[in-house]
Ligand binder design. Structure first.
Ligand SMILES: [Zn+2]
Length: 471
């Protein structure tokens, strides 16, 4: 009797999980690549069996159970799903634009409570989107780089309290920013260590005195952050600003790249963010209205208007020269052996969700990295940086079923990633028609839903929202 009850309970459980589970998939006739190899090569066509959210088997000739959905990959190229290590999601509408470009994991770099809710819905399979990792709200002190959505702290005690609030709200990763005071940084670092939270972001400068960085050094120098356990340091232009005191000096840059490499601190250069602003200047603003801009969040676009106006009128030549230096610095970091990841800063400035990561891969190649190096930065390296290399970042048996299939070889040109043949995210299949439907939905913006979520987040983190709500 007890055995029968247990068997019935097991059947009920099996039914419950089956409803939440994706169909099993057999993707036949696809080429695979081992990106861990120094010179990666594509395999002869193989079959890949996906069961639930894992890769169950890979081989030339796999037979699958009868109810498995079989897909002909037509000799295409199957890659691990891409990870964008630096995005800003303002509303669920943008999520489909990531998936449609093969991005199956994003790391949101300015979190609010609604991101935790979105992440849970994506995990449960009730909302289509990439796996959503998020930091808490950006921790900053008032100063030159402050923004409306930052959570402001100045003293050590304020910083500790903010970190405790973030932890209690459900966040496990912290984003720090450039203006943090010495005292606030000390409080964040200590409290994060106590609570087991990780830290990423901009290296804090301390209070910025006049004449910094050319006539006087920063209050806190860049190098002290190389043993501060950052998961990643973000933005090559911020590294040049803080680490080189904004001097475009190749010898100093090479030495800095070597110190970063020696420290083992990973870097996310986000070349595309500055390049896009440069394009705004070069086109006198026309670039803001390029195809794909319909996937930008309307609240964010309104907020960025002063930035757009400034860059529309910026001088082109000095910024073009600066961008060349940022590419050189990125190549120097790669050559020095810095562990680097690909991030796009999608969702802010004019960085379009999804496509900006493909732009970033192209820019990394333009900077002189090999296509395989660039592709590792969106697959293997994020898994390593996030401590997930046993579960993600490669197409192999037992790994997460996060996959992207392209019709052409992406190592011969990343453009093929702009229109993948299909994407599998957590074992769920999105064929080309489904990806196109996601893009249509991504353009259906909801300003009031965005404002409601963001205002609730700002209130929860203790900001004054009267400027936003008109009160
Ligand atoms: Zn960002």
């Amino acid at each position: 009797m007890i055995a029968r009850l247990l068997a019935m309970a097991a059947m009920v459980l099996a039914c419950l999980t089956a409803t939440a589970r994706a169909d099993d998939l057999l993707i036949r006739n696809v080429r695979l690549i081992d990106l861990t190899a120094e010179t990666p090569r594509w395999s002869a066509p193989q079959s890949v069996l996906v069961t639930s959210d894992r890769i169950a088997a890979i081989g030339p000739d796999i037979t699958a159970p009868d109810d498995t959905k079989v897909i002909d990959g037509k000799g295409g190229y199957l890659l691990p799903g891409l990870t964008d290590m630096h995005v800003h999601v303002w509303d669920r509408a943008a999520l489909g634009a990531y998936l449609a470009h093969g991005v199956t994991t994003v790391r949101n770099a300015s979190g609010m409570p609604f991101h935790l809710d979105l992440a849970a819905k994506i995990d449960a399979g009730t909302l289509a989107g990439p796996r959503l990792l998020t930091t808490g709200p950006i921790l900053n002190s008032h100063g030159a780089n402050e923004q409306l959505n930052h959570q402001f702290v100045a003293t050590e005690e304020e910083a500790r309290a903010a970190v405790r609030w973030q932890h209690a709200a459900g966040f496990r990763h912290i984003k720090v920013y450039s203006n943090l005071t010495r005292e606030a940084w000390a409080g964040i670092r200590a409290e994060a260590a106590t609570l087991g939270m990780t830290v990423m972001g901009h290296t804090p400068e301390g209070v910025r005195a006049s004449g910094v960085p050319v006539d006087h050094p920063f209050d806190m120098g860049f190098d002290q952050f190389l043993d501060a356990d950052f998961v990643t340091i973000e933005h090559v232009e911020s590294i040049v600003w803080h680490g080189l005191r904004n001097r475009h000096d190749s010898a100093a840059a090479r030495a800095l790249a070597q110190r970063i490499a020696a420290s083992g601190t990973p870097v996310d250069p986000t070349l595309v963010a500055f390049r896009n602003l440069l394009h705004v200047a070069e086109t006198k603003g026309a670039y803001l209205r390029r195809p794909g801009s319909e996937w930008m969040n309307p609240m964010l676009v309104a907020t960025e208007q002063p930035v757009y106006d400034r860059w529309t009128n910026e001088a082109v030549e000095p910024n073009r020269a600066a961008f060349e230096f940022y590419k050189q610095m990125t190549k120097m970091m790669a050559d020095a052996g810095v562990l680097m990841v690909a991030g796009s800063d999608a969702g802010i400035f004019t960085n379009i969700p999804g496509g900006s990561l493909i732009d970033e891969l192209e820019l990394l190649a333009e900077a002189g990295l090999s296509p395989a190096e660039a592709l590792r930065m969106a697959t293997l390296n994020p898994a390593q940086v996030l401590g997930e290399e046993d579960a993600r970042g490669t197409v192999a048996q037992g790994m997460a079923a996060d996959l992207v299939l392209t019709g052409a070889d992406p190592l011969q040109g990343f453009a093929t990633l702009r229109r993948p043949a299909l994407v599998v995210a957590a074992g769920r299949l999105y064929d080309r028609a489904a990806l196109d439907a996601l893009l249509t939905e991504a353009a259906q913006q909801d300003l009031s839903r965005t404002q409601a979520n963001v205002v609730a987040g700002l209130k929860a983190q203790g900001n004054d929202v009267s400027a936003l709500t008109g009160g």
